[in-house]
Design a protein around this ligand. Structure first.
Ligand code: PMV
Length: 318
């Protein structure tokens, strides 16, 4: 039995689109901050059952989620040369599938726990590659703090690793915690298929990523923030241009973007971003986060997150 804990990450430069759906190779690289909030804790126990079982937040998981876990474990079994099945028990503190990256913390925790349970000896890079097979963004949740996911060309070269960056924090404003109507998997596919802006999204993201890496190593928080907000809006613009359209942001999400612009003009260090859902994350520096959360609380429940430690094994029974 092996238990691991991982937290979500929020992308400052987003991953949106795959060039290989099986290996989960992204169309462009991305960069994120692993958070210290909303952990997923996952225990993997090998057994002699004839199928895998997946318990999520105290109840048997829906068929789709269980199938994804089995597909992932099939890959782990192949790496380990094992045919044993497993019971996976996972608990998320964040609302599942509400655009708060529970798939990232989920597959990062599962990768670490499953690797230990099946006795695979993997270094952080290999764990990142393994987590990627479950959910692309999960490869970044293996890493502490700010991580870059190198797009790569094959299974070997597509992984995330930590990079040096100034201390950053996020204020998450929950606009709506219910399950989103379109999964990021489906929405990515539709964007690639029907959005006329998809190819420019991919090329502009590579340019923004290179600039972001420079801004991180220079400790230029201002530029990091500007690039973050622009990249998020470009992703949502590409998604909005799908046929039929897909829209994740709600009027209240935009109201938070407006409030952040206003707060910036008052001297706050703040830039807004949003993943595939209506909730908004506001990038800031640690000492301003609590005050910013207070300012934004009229839009919904807020949660302050600082840099997290990355995925780790928390307990291994004999
Ligand atoms: O890893 P997935 O399939 O849940 O996709 C995540 C996509 C975004 O969260 C919208 C962007 C990102 O880089 O995390």
């Amino acid at each position: 039995m092996s238990t691991a804990r991982a937290t979500p990450n929020l992308a400052l430069i987003k991953y949106w689109g795959k060039k290989d759906e099986t290996l989960i190779l992204p169309v462009a690289g991305s960069l994120s901050l692993t958070l210290d909030q909303y952990p997923t804790t996952t225990t993997v126990t090998l057994n002699d059952a004839t199928t895998d079982a997946f318990t999520l937040n105290g109840a048997p998981a829906a068929a789709g989620a269980a199938d994804r876990v089995t597909l992932f474990l099939d890959h782990v079994r192949e790496l380990a040369g094992s045919s044993r099945h497993a019971h996976v028990v996972s608990t998320n503190e964040a609302p599942t599938a509400a655009g708060l990256a529970s798939s990232a913390s989920g597959f990062a925790a599962l990768a670490v726990a499953a690797a230990a349970a099946y006795e695979l000896d993997l270094d952080p890079r290999d764990l990142s590659r393994l987590a990627r097979r479950g959910s692309g963004s999960a490869c970044r949740s293996i890493c502490p703090g700010v991580a870059i996911w190198h797009a790569g060309n094959d299974d070997q070269s597509s992984f995330a690793e930590p990079i040096s960056a100034p201390d950053l924090s996020m204020v998450i404003v929950t606009i709506d915690a219910s399950e989103k109507s379109v999964s990021s998997r489906v929405a990515m596919r539709e964007t690639a298929k029907t959005s006329p802006y998809y190819s420019s999204w991919a090329s502009s993201t590579e340019n923004s990523l290179a600039e972001m890496v420079r801004a991180c190593s220079a400790g230029d928080v201002e530029r990091i923030g500007e690039l973050t907000e622009v990249n998020a809006l470009r992703m949502h613009a590409a998604i909005l241009a799908c046929d039929p359209p897909i829209r994740f942001l709600k009027p209240r999400s935009f109201a938070v973007f407006d409030a952040v612009t206003q707060l910036r003009s008052q001297g706050f260090t703040a830039w807004a971003t949003a993943d595939a859902g209506p909730n908004v994350a506001v990038l800031t520096v640690p000492h301003e986060a609590a005050r910013l959360a207070q300012e934004l609380s009229e839009f919904g429940p807020t949660r302050v997150a600082h840099a997290g430690r990355g995925a780790e094994l928390v307990n291994e029974a004999p």
